[in-house]
Design a protein around this ligand. Structure first.
Ligand SMILES: [Zn+2]
Length: 1003
């Protein structure tokens, strides 16, 4: 019953659905005796007043307990004798002195709150719009009753209550309705208005009525058709419809109730197009679960789970959407339920908030699904039919369900029910130690499933995919750690655990997309205010600030800090957005975009953006009903966009990589590639820095483009931004190569043999093609590697681009592998991966920003970007970051890269071309205070053989004076192997220093 009709209604609606007037505890079963209770009522609509008499036959010594609520009791008489009564806290106790008829006169006032009320509408209302009475609108016995209700109403009114028959008579000249329901009930309700139009139809022996308002009459046909469909469906599934009549009643209040013999849907609800296909069926199924078989609330509400399973979930299954639906339920559970608000299913009574809904509806439907998979489809249906049959007009509990299933399953199910109904939480499964090995002509996939926290007994489906298909198996788990294996025919490429969401379980992080529910459900939030215009978001702040929420100014958010909280960022132009994601687009007058927190994927970041305060006010409350989405947008309160981020299906792990095939007949050459690539605004070319052929390809591409006549520029990773002027001077012919290399500090800052890049720079200079320094100063990246972005001084921070996107998870994973592989081998500047990652992103973002800045000032130009393949592969390093800034089209060409899907547009395999390298002096040099000193010799050193010694200071090579190591490298650059040079050194001796000359043949 009382199902929150759908999540796209106003929030006020959900609140009104929380009221559970029928709940009473500790009632005896009807078999133990129930009251025969007659009520006669009449109304003064203008005064919102009800007047009535309740009549109950009693025996001598019988005690009756009644809730009086807000009612005014006029008299209590046994036959004609006034009775002594005690009233305590609204509870009335009557002990009858003898057998007779008890008469209670009562009156009550039930005013409607004015529209746009803040707060909850009371459960009962008598107003000019109509009469809706539920809860304590008559002295309500705390036990089940067989009710006989007669309501005298003003002219023109039509009324519905729980009734197998409704008789219309006349009482004092006014229409009176006599309702008869021949079974005991906890309580009854009454709805009446003067505006009902009644449409009658029939399904078999069941009369169907629609009580609709005149303006909604055109909806009646759809509702009745759907109602017939559901009656037929459940007739089959559960057993015949329990009553002679069934009414679909429109309410002037926003409700979604199901009472025995009728469902009461608010006008707002009735008009929603999806209700006939979803909630109507759910409410009709409650005619069996809740209305025919009552809920023993004191022992837990099983009815919502069972109804949701056989209504909402079944309809989704029929549409082929069962997997998504179940996964959505688990996403909700994990978003809203936490250690503090989690409770066992046994304690679910009704929905009070998102967490209780995730348990009482979501977890419960998963439990019924697991039960069905375990006992089998046929026995499940038999057990459900038996359960209904055995518990007609009786309060049933989870134990009754267990007994029904045990009867057909012929096995004890105590463990199942105590595990899922009495225990809190869901299993938390982890897939580890996944290995593949050949097994004869087949393959064996072995893996371990670990359960963290409470250990569950469960059946776990596992699928192993290969290019020829998939193999599946179901494993019976009962331990904390289970080692499992599957033998498959073909090369396995992926394993997926519970990919259909057959098990109620916690999701792995890859299955758990960033959705609005996660932000709503995470109490620990930081709300980041916009730099200005915070008043626009007032309602957002009020609506989402909780006890554990803090407010922050954008400049107080550090790079790593947000990892411990979820963030709610106000304004898409908030500097914190630029700091984490570069830039984002949030559509609509009011929109929410959810992202993973790049520093902790279990936390989320919600970016809220609004055009105006009015847009916020029109839409903000609605986001609570869009919890399953990662992005939503509204214009003037109307939803215009919604989307859920991709996530994996099942707990998955990649196994053996798929073999990649290249069709040889389609192999191309560089000119083919350029015929297509030359039209792009940006051409990225990736290299392995030390491979000469890669650089030959780069030059070929530059030449090809240049010959096409469009202005081009060359962007190079190898030069750092502060040295742009030196590059310009060299290209412009103002300085020579030696000055250029010294001026850019090439050997210190890049260091690879300059011969690798020399042909490119020479060509650029001869053709006057601008060369753009893309890179950030090395000192800044080094510092970030060591101690993170937050450690930079204000002076250093000016090199940090304002836009930084840390959200490329796949890139992060690849960098993590690089980090782990190289950490021990190479001299990494950090052992902290977060800092290493920050440094990488800083590097990439700077280069992307450099490309963008050049193209902004040179809109006609094309750009060839030369960088290490790592900065270009999959577009992750530079290309996507440039595209985020300017959207220009680009192509990526990598040299000698792995052939992997998406790695680049083209991979070139250049032929072996012998490169030029500089000859060497074969000395280790140390530079200090303007002097270059020999610090040592490698083995077989020509210089050592010539007579030079450690501690000698180099003065000149031939006629080139040597003051820096750069001088040595630049001099050697122009020389050839086998050439003889004269090296002049200053040698220290006992009698002072002296100059000595040595002739060296350069190896
Ligand atoms: Zn329900």
């Amino acid at each position: 019953m009382r199902k929150p009709v759908e999540k796209s209604l106003g929030r006020f609606l959900l609140i009104s659905l929380l009221i559970l007037p029928n709940i009473t505890y500790g009632l005896g079963q009807p078999g133990e005796g129930f009251l025969d209770y007659t009520i006669e009522v009449s109304f003064d609509i203008q005064a919102s007043k009800i007047e009535g008499v309740a009549t109950i036959p009693v025996k001598k010594g019988q005690e009756i307990t009644l809730d009086k609520g807000e009612l005014n009791l006029l008299y209590i008489m046994l036959d004609k004798e006034p009775q002594d009564i005690t009233v305590q806290k609204g509870i009335l106790r009557i002990l009858s002195s003898r057998e007779g008829m008890l008469h209670i006169g009562f009156e009550g006032v039930f005013k409607e709150l004015s529209p746009g009320f803040p707060g909850e509408q009371p459960p009962s209302v008598i107003s000019g719009r109509g009469i809706f009475l539920t809860g304590t609108w008559y002295p309500k016995p705390r036990q089940m009753c067989r009710y006989h209700l007669t309501a005298t109403l003003p002219d023109g009114y039509e009324a519905v209550s729980e009734a197998e028959t409704i008789k219309k008579t006349v009482n004092d000249g006014k229409p009176a309705f006599v309702f008869d329901f021949p079974h005991p009930l906890d309580s009854i309700s009454l709805i009446a208005t003067h505006r009902y139009k009644i449409v009658k139809d029939r399904f078999g022996r069941v009369e169907i009525f629609a009580y609709f308002f005149p303006e909604d009459l055109d909806l009646v046909k759809t509702y009745i058709e759907h109602a017939k469909h559901y009656l037929e469906l459940y007739d089959h599934l559960i057993g015949s419809f329990p009553y002679k009549r069934f009414s679909i009643v429109e309410n002037f209040l926003p409700t979604g109730y199901s009472m025995p013999t009728y469902t009461l849907l608010g006008q707002v609800v009735v008009r929603l197009p999806f209700i006939p296909e979803t909630s109507l069926g759910h409410e009709i199924l409650h005619q069996w679960f809740g209305n025919l078989v009552y809920i023993d609330y004191a022992k837990g509400n099983w009815a919502e789970g069972l109804t949701t399973f056989l209504a909402d979930h079944l309809y989704q299954e029929e549409k082929g959407q069962g997997v998504e639906y179940r996964k959505g339920m688990l996403i909700n559970y994990q978003s809203y339920v936490n250690e503090k608000n989690e409770f066992p299913l046994r304690e679910f009574i009704g929905r009070t908030d998102e967490a209780s809904e995730a348990i009482g509806y979501g977890k419960a439907l998963m439990v019924f699904r697991m039960l069905k998979r375990m006992v089998g489809e046929e026995r499940f249906s038999e057990a459900i039919r038996y359960f209904v049959d055995q518990n007609r007009y009786r309060k049933a509990s989870w134990e009754d369900i267990r007994r029904a299933f045990e009867k057909f399953y012929q096995k004890d199910l105590g463990w199942f029910f105590s595990q899922w109904i009495d225990g809190k939480g869901l299993p938390d499964l982890h897939l580890v130690e996944v290995k593949v090995k050949p097994s004869g002509a087949k393959f064996e996939v072995s893996f371990t499933v670990i359960q963290k926290g409470r250990v569950f007994i469960l059946d776990l489906p596992v699928a192993v995919y290969s290019h020829l298909g998939k193999a599946t198996n179901v494993f019976h788990l009962q331990g904390e750690k289970e080692q499992l294996k599957m033998v498959v025919d073909d090369v396995p490429d992926r394993i997926s655990v519970d990919e259909d969401y057959d098990v109620a379980r916690m999701l792995s992080i890859d299955e758990f997309p960033p959705v609005i529910a996660r932000l709503i459900g995470d109490e620990k939030r930081i709300i980041v205010l916009p730099p200005s215009g915070a008043e626009v978001y007032e309602q957002v702040v009020d609506g989402l600030k909780g006890e554990r929420t803090s407010l922050s100014e954008p400049e107080r958010i550090k790079y790593i800090e947000p990892g411990t909280s979820s963030l709610l960022i106000l304004g898409a132009d908030n500097p914190v957005v630029a700091k984490l994601y570069g830039s984002v687009i949030v559509r609509g007058g009011f929109g929410v975009l959810m992202k993973e927190n790049p520093w902790n994927r279990w936390k989320v970041v919600g970016i809220f953006n609004a055009r105006s305060k009015e847009e916020v006010e029109a839409a903000f409350q609605k986001i609570f009903h869009y919890g399953k989405y990662s992005a939503v947008s509204f214009d003037h309160g109307v939803n215009v966009y919604k989307e859920i981020d991709q996530s994996t299906r099942g707990i998955t792990e990649e196994l053996l990589g798929k073999a990649v095939a290249v069709e040889i007949s389609t192999l191309k050459t560089l000119p083919d590639v350029m015929a297509y690539g030359a039209s792009k605004k940006i051409i990225y070319v990736g290299e392995k820095h030390y491979l000469f052929p890669d650089h030959v390809m780069e030059l070929e591409i530059i030449k090809d483009l240049h010959k096409r006549g469009r202005p081009i520029a060359i962007g190079m990773e190898m030069f750092q931004r502060p040295f742009q002027k030196v590059l310009d001077d060299y290209i412009g012919g103002k300085i020579d190569e030696a000055e250029f290399l010294k001026g850019t500090e090439y050997f210190k800052r890049w260091g690879f043999d300059y011969h690798l890049y020399r042909p490119i720079l020479l060509y650029a200079r001869s053709e006057n093609i601008p060369v753009i320094a893309l890179n950030i100063p090395q000192e800044v990246v080094d510092k970030v590697s060591r101690s993170g972005l937050d450690s930079l001084s204000e002076e250093e921070r000016k090199w940090v681009p304002s836009q930084m996107d840390f959200s490329d998870e796949a890139y992060k994973e690849r960098l993590k592998k690089v980090f782990q592989e190289h950490r021990d081998v190479e001299n990494f500047k950090t052992s902290n991966f977060d800092f290493f990652y920050q440094a990488q992103i800083l590097w990439d973002e700077t280069m992307a920003e450099s490309v963008d800045q050049f193209l902004r000032t040179h809109p006609q130009d094309q750009m060839v970007v030369l960088a290490g393949s790592g900065h270009l592969a999959y577009g992750s390093g530079i290309p996507k970051r440039t595209a985020r800034r300017n959207g220009y089209d680009y192509t990526t060409i990598l040299n000698n890269a792995d052939l992997e899907k998406g790695i680049a547009d083209v991979v070139l395999f250049p032929g072996a071309i012998p490169g030029v390298t500089s000859p060497m002096l074969m000395v280790f040099l140390r530079e200090e205070a303007g002097k270059v000193e020999i610090a040592g010799f490698p083995q077989e050193s020509a210089s050592e053989k010539a007579g030079m010694k450690v501690g000698d200071t180099l003065l000149a090579i031939d006629h080139t004076p040597i003051r820096t190591i750069d001088d040595v490298k630049i001099d050697l650059l122009a020389r050839k192997k086998g050439e003889k040079v004269r090296v002049r050194v200053l040698r220290k001796g006992f009698l002072g220093s002296r100059e000595v000359n040595f002739d060296v043949v350069l190896p």
